[in-house]
Ligand binder design. Structure first.
Ligand SMILES: NC(=O)c1ccc[n+]([C@@H]2O[C@H](COP(=O)([O-])OP(=O)(O)OC[C@H]3O[C@@H](n4cnc5c(N)ncnc54)[C@H](OP(=O)(O)O)[C@@H]3O)[C@@H](O)[C@H]2O)c1
Length: 256
């Protein structure tokens, strides 16, 4: 039995992954953004014994999530699943003055990674849309470019791959990988999405728990339990180091 923390597990792929892990007998620590969502989650999935509560859109909120998660004990795996989608018609700033997609989808997983006691395995939810993301980290806050919701989302999903690969390089003793779950009918994916929740969570669950050789690699990008090539820029050490430095500068917390 493994101990696994799944962020954003009140809905969608996070809830689906948590349920699949619970079905397999693992000890799953759930996460919801606030007390109301925690109550919703408790009603939806009573088997989750522990729910960490906290909003990942602010640095302070993410610090609290990290501390509360760590208080439950060391994890074998963390699935960085929480995320927001690509339909915002305008740029929105968080309490820290950061573009919202960047704050939730990139800075929060960075900070949780840096603050939570190092687990054996880390899984970061990316997307096929990472292929359309900017590869230069020149305007991660969208202050200079004309706003595009899909563009901002794609940037963050590219940076999630960069983060997974950067952590894999810095921490060779940890298996750190990124996952494209496919296009799945969740609140984010929309009703018309072609893939099932079961297929959308399988790879994260497998990477978090399986001892198969194919699941115990690091620094890879997966789609449906197969390693796939992410766009080449994600493998650049200079881009990986710039992202880690940028996130460390914003949060004041370097990756240990
Ligand atoms: N669905 C797809 O087709 C698809 C495709 C590629 C990649 N992905 C990735 O898969 C992950 C999960 O997506 P999904 O489709 O399951 O989306 P979803 O149904 O919208 O669920 C997102 C989860 O993240 C939580 N969350 C969002 N903002 C948060 C915040 N500020 N603080 C705490 N929790 C927050 C949500 O909480 P609330 O419910 O309280 O809002 C929810 O539990 C994302 O990283 C996404 O980019 C999804």
């Amino acid at each position: 039995m493994a101990r696994i923390f799944v962020t954003g597990s009140a809905d969608g792929l996070g809830l689906g992954a948590a349920r699949a892990l619970l079905d397999d007998g693992h000890d799953v620590v759930l996460h919801a953004r606030n007390a109301q969502r925690a109550a919703d989650l408790r009603a939806a999935e009573p088997r989750g014994r522990q729910i960490v509560v906290g909003d990942l859109s602010s640095i302070a909120g993410t610090r609290e999530v990290a501390a509360r998660a760590d208080d439950t004990g060391r994890f074998d795996a963390v699935i960085h699943n929480a995320g927001i989608g690509y339909t915002s018609a305008r740029r929105q700033e968080t309490a820290d003055g950061l573009e919202r997609h960047f704050a939730v989808n990139v800075l929060a997983p960075y900070l949780l990674t840096a603050l939570i006691t190092r687990p054996d395995r880390l899984i970061y939810l990316s997307s096929g849309m990472h292929e359309g993301g900017a590869t230069d980290l020149d305007d991660p806050q969208w202050t200079r470019r004309r706003w595009s919701g899909p563009g901002a989302y794609s940037d963050t999903k590219l940076l999630d791959v960069v983060l997974a690969l950067a952590v894999a390089r810095r921490w060779p003793d940890v298996r750190s990988n990124a996952v494209d779950p496919g296009w799945v009918a969740t609140r984010m994916g929309g009703r018309g999405a072609p893939e099932s929740l079961a297929s959308g969570v399988r790879t994260q669950v497998w990477l978090a728990t399986s001892d198969e050789p194919a699941a115990t690699v690091t620094g890879r990008y997966f789609y449906h339990q197969r390693a796939r090539e992410p766009i080449a820029a994600t493998k650049r050490a200079d881009l990986q180091d710039r992202l880690l430095d940028y996130c460390a500068g914003l949060t004041g917390v370097p990756l240990p």
